[in-house]
Design a binder for this molecule. Structure first.
Ligand SMILES: Cc1cc2nc3c(=O)[nH]c(=O)nc-3n(C[C@H](O)[C@H](O)[C@H](O)COP(=O)(O)O)c2cc1C
Length: 410
């Protein structure tokens, strides 16, 4: 099983990725929050810093790009490939209104024809770079769909999620300143991962005779992270044939539509549909907060071999490690992790993270607000500490913040 750390805007930036990897095991790769490609054909300084290879040593990082223009995406791929990245992830999930209103992120899913044309242009432009697709053979597919069965967060949590969306938009600004046939079975599989057959032929360059501009760009992978639709979960049955037509290296699926944001039931049945009908390797993403959640998922989809963890890993940075221990059959994850699962170790990790942030962000209040953001997710592990958490919410200085954190972790 492979475990990926999901892109989380404002959170999974370079200092966080580095610190997490230094303290906790179990994550195979980390995705950057989305980098915006637009008509300026420039990334913002903060975005460039986040993917600077010098700031990301010894760790597998997959940059994620947000756009809805093929030329912009190709430019982004070229730029990132030039920095040494070999896989670029495309964002088709972001639900923020500022993004979706421009037809980007999950907003792109509302326009399947445009999405199809986008991929066609992208892969047509990139095909000379020998895109790797890793598509599965049809007989390797999952046959193991089960009923949906996920817990439903309460209304309060949902409201907080909405507020969170708004906060995330503000946070992103700050960080940047600082630095077709709906019921078709096995859709599209007759033409696996090729350029669309009714259009131009794929490039015919001979190996070793590539254009100088593309030297060293072979073997690139384009992966996709998607929701299952814009407003109706069944939209995935129109979207999947599109994904199946192109040499996408991996499809990460968060089985919700845009209007469901990040809460409520996940559509496990439709995830099963994707797993069964995608010709690409499929990664599951959503609502895995514990070893038990993972085990239930695995029970539903025994052949699933990759999972992306987001908020669960922020809430418990040792989650991937605990799941791995459980897979390996260690008696008790809590015991086998030893010290590394203790609150004292967590405190050490958070202190190290603060120190890392200090190297990048000049404004201590900004760092405190970033730490508080982590606690928004971690606090559920510490019921009965509401008073200390209130103090943390009011904290402005490092001392105030650390005193409140120490009180919670006592
Ligand atoms: C605060 C926050 C920021 C996010 N930023 C991104 C992002 O930049 N790119 C992306 O593809 N998904 C983003 N997501 C979605 C997550 O990657 C993930 O799909 C989602 O949280 C569901 O997975 P989880 O239940 O394991 O957290 C974000 C989610 C949250 C809560």
């Amino acid at each position: 099983m492979r475990f990926y750390f999901a892109p989380l805007e404002g959170i999974t930036l370079a200092p966080f990725r580095q610190t997490h990897q230094a303290f906790y095991k179990g994550v195979d790769r980390y995705y950057t929050p989305f980098l915006v490609a637009n008509q300026t054909l420039h990334f913002k300084n903060g975005e460039l810093r986040d993917v600077d290879p010098a700031l990301n040593p010894g760790i597998e990082v997959i940059p994620q790009v947000l756009t809805n223009k093929a030329a912009e995406f190709v430019w982004a791929v070229q730029t990132l490939a030039g920095m040494g990245y070999r896989e670029i992830n495309f964002n088709l999930g972001c639900p923020f209104p500022t993004v979706t209103s421009r037809g980007k992120g999950s907003g792109f899913l509302a326009f399947p024809d445009r999405l199809d044309a986008f991929f066609e242009e992208v892969f047509d432009s990139l095909k000379k770079w020998e895109i790797e697709s890793d598509q599965k053979e049809p007989d390797q597919k999952e046959q193991d769909q089960k009923e949906p069965g996920q817990k439903e967060p309460d209304q309060k949590e949902r409201d907080q999620g909405d507020q969170k969306e708004r906060d995330q938009e503000d946070q992103k600004e700050r960080d940047q300143e600082d630095q077709k046939e709906p019921d078709q079975k096995k859709a599209g599989q007759t033409k696996p991962a090729q350029m669309r057959p009714d259009k131009k032929e794929p490039g015919k360059e001979e190996p070793g005779k590539k254009e100088p501009d593309n030297k060293g760009l072979s073997g690139l992978k384009i992966s996709v992270k998607t929701r299952i639709g814009w407003e109706n979960p069944e939209e995935i049955k129109t979207l999947l044939p599109i994904y199946n037509r192109y040499p996408i290296s991996e499809l990460t699926v968060h089985p919700r539509v845009r209007t469901e944001l990040y809460s409520g039931d996940v559509h496990m049945d439709l995830f099963g549909y994707v797993l069964e009908n995608s010709i690409h390797p499929v990664c599951y993403n959503g609502e895995i907060y514990s070893v038990e959640d993972y085990e239930l998922l695995k029970e539903k989809f025994p052949r699933l071999d990759r999972v992306m963890l987001g908020r669960g890993l922020v809430r418990d940075p040792a989650l991937a490690e605990k799941i791995r221990n459980s897979i390996a059959g260690k008696e008790s994850p809590e015991i086998s992790g030893g010290m590394r699962y203790s609150d004292a170790y967590l405190e050490e990790y958070l202190r190290a993270l603060f120190t890392r942030y200090k190297e990048i962000y000049p404004d201590e209040r900004h760092i405190v607000s970033k730490m508080k953001e982590l606690w928004y997710y971690m606090k559920v592990r510490y019921p009965g500490h509401e008073k200390a958490y209130k103090k943390m919410k009011k904290a402005v200085t490092r001392e105030q913040y650390e005193a409140a954190a120490a009180e919670i972790l006592l």
